[in-house]
Design a protein around this ligand. Structure first.
Ligand code: FES
Length: 167
């Protein structure tokens, strides 16, 4: 079965119908969670309940498995996933000020998502570009040497809905 090309809601029914062995059902769990996360941006509880029923895997076990992996989320995520590096080089170059500024401007704490879903703010360990410290990643992009001017541009882009986050 090509797990990449199936609609989750309908596919859950198909999967539940054809996968009978416990090992097979557990084997398809992670790829299905990936697909659900990709389509929804997170793992909605109603879909996890449906998956639990169709795969005959207890919901608690599904949560346990999904919780093990950092890439799975159980609440909606923002359009812009902004991660401020708080590794040593970035810390020394003022990343805590960047975190503070973003928290204050968007009224969220690190690890939270704004109510309008424009931003999920996170902190992260070294992202491997210490020479550019302080570093912020915005979705798949990297913004280095984040000083007041770049921070202002980043905030503007997020507020105006530009999700490339680069200024
Ligand atoms: S410490 Fe921030 S990129 Fe290495």
């Amino acid at each position: 079965m090509d797990i990449e090309n199936i609609n989750i809601k309908s596919s859950i029914g198909v999967i539940g119908g054809i996968i009978t062995s416990s090992e097979s059902r557990r084997g398809i769990l992670i790829p299905t969670l990936h697909k659900m996360q990709l389509e929804n941006g997170y793992l909605p509880e109603d879909l996890l309940r449906l998956l639990s029923k169709k795969l005959s895997i207890p919901l608690a076990e599904i949560y346990s498995v999904a919780s093990f992996y950092k890439q799975f989320h159980f609440t909606p995520r923002g359009k812009n996933i902004v991660r401020v590096c708080t590794g040593t080089a970035c810390h020394v170059r003022g990343s805590s000020k960047v975190v503070d500024a973003l928290q204050n401007r968007f009224n969220v704490k690190a690890g939270e998502t704004t109510e309008d879903l424009k931003l999920t703010l996170e902190t992260v360990g070294c992202v491997g570009c210490c020479g550019l410290a302080p570093v912020v990643t915005v979705n798949e992009g990297v913004v280095g040497a984040v000083g007041p001017k770049k921070l202002k541009g980043l905030i503007h882009d997020i507020e105006e809905g530009d999700d490339n986050g680069k200024s």
